[in-house]
Ligand binder design. Structure first.
Ligand SMILES: [Zn+2]
Length: 262
């Protein structure tokens, strides 16, 4: 148990040290990882560590090139507390429920949420390296700048699908949940794929876009030129973090549906 707590704090320190998370984000990450360890044990923590390793590696991979693309990605390479909570709260809640109540449903919730986070992070980070212009998932004829929410590429989509399957295969190998392997593989894969597709869909349709009062630019940033933007599209209070939370929730729900119906 002490070893697990040490592993979690080492993870938090590493996240801060490698600038994956800022200070408050790291503290939130440590709290959620502790919940995952105490609720789900070593196997859940192991899967979280693998996700975190993959996410950090691919976020930093060719970072200088990605920075030249501009877009929203630049400000988000160091993730803050809201981003950490948006991505991790469904998985952490599943772990707390697993510890208090137990049952394979919460294993599927955890797997669906984590597969979504893995697929979304890798699809975004590797998709940015693709030379093709992203297209809006709700209007494939419309090309958008790299990093735009709701923009998809062929490479990013294929990476998202294979990442969801990959993390589910790893979950089966380390026997992450008390679910028969074939069901675990299907629930994680289909949940993660549904989650990553829903992320683009919510990003394109629900996420707010704001018009800068100073220069008139329409962007996903609520503030531009130090001025508050006016919402012109989507739902004003839904920003990137809300979309991440909704997509992990979608991945979790779909994973449970697959678990219960297949
Ligand atoms: Zn402006």
């Amino acid at each position: 148990m002490i070893l697990g707590v040490i592993a979690v704090f080492a993870l938090g320190a590493g996240a801060y040290r490698f600038k994956a998370l800022d200070a408050r984000g790291s503290i939130a990450g440590v709290c959620m990882a502790l919940a995952i360890f105490f609720g789900g044990g070593w196997r859940w923590l192991g899967l979280l560590l693998i996700f975190f390793g993959l996410a950090t590696f691919f976020t930093k991979f060719r970072r200088d090139y990605k920075k030249t693309l501009g877009g929203v990605q630049e400000q988000e390479t160091i993730r803050g507390v809201r981003n950490a909570v948006a991505n991790g709260s469904v998985a952490a809640a599943a772990a707390i429920a697993e510890g208090l109540i137990g049952g394979n449903i919460f294993g599927a919730v955890f797997l669906g949420a984590l597969a979504t986070s893995t697929a979304d992070t890798l699809a975004t980070e590797i998709g940015l390296l693709s030379r093709e212009k992203p297209r809006l998932i709700i209007s494939l004829g419309t090309t958008v700048p790299p990093g735009t929410s709701g923009g998809i590429t062929v490479v990013g989509t294929l990476v998202g699908i294979s990442s969801a399957i990959l993390i589910s295969i790893i979950a089966v190998i380390i026997n992450a949940a008390s679910i028969i392997p074939a069901k675990m593989l299907l629930a994680g894969s289909i949940g993660g794929i549904a989650g990553v597709i829903s992320d683009s869909f919510y990003g394109a349709s629900l996420q707010g876009r704001y018009k800068c009062g100073a220069c008139g630019t329409v962007s996903e940033s609520r503030r531009h030129h130090d001025a508050k933007g006016v919402p012109v599209q989507g739902i004003g209070w839904i920003e990137n973090n809300t979309v991440n939370f909704l997509s992990t929730l979608t991945g979790a729900v779909v994973a449970v549906i697959v678990l219960l119906t297949v």
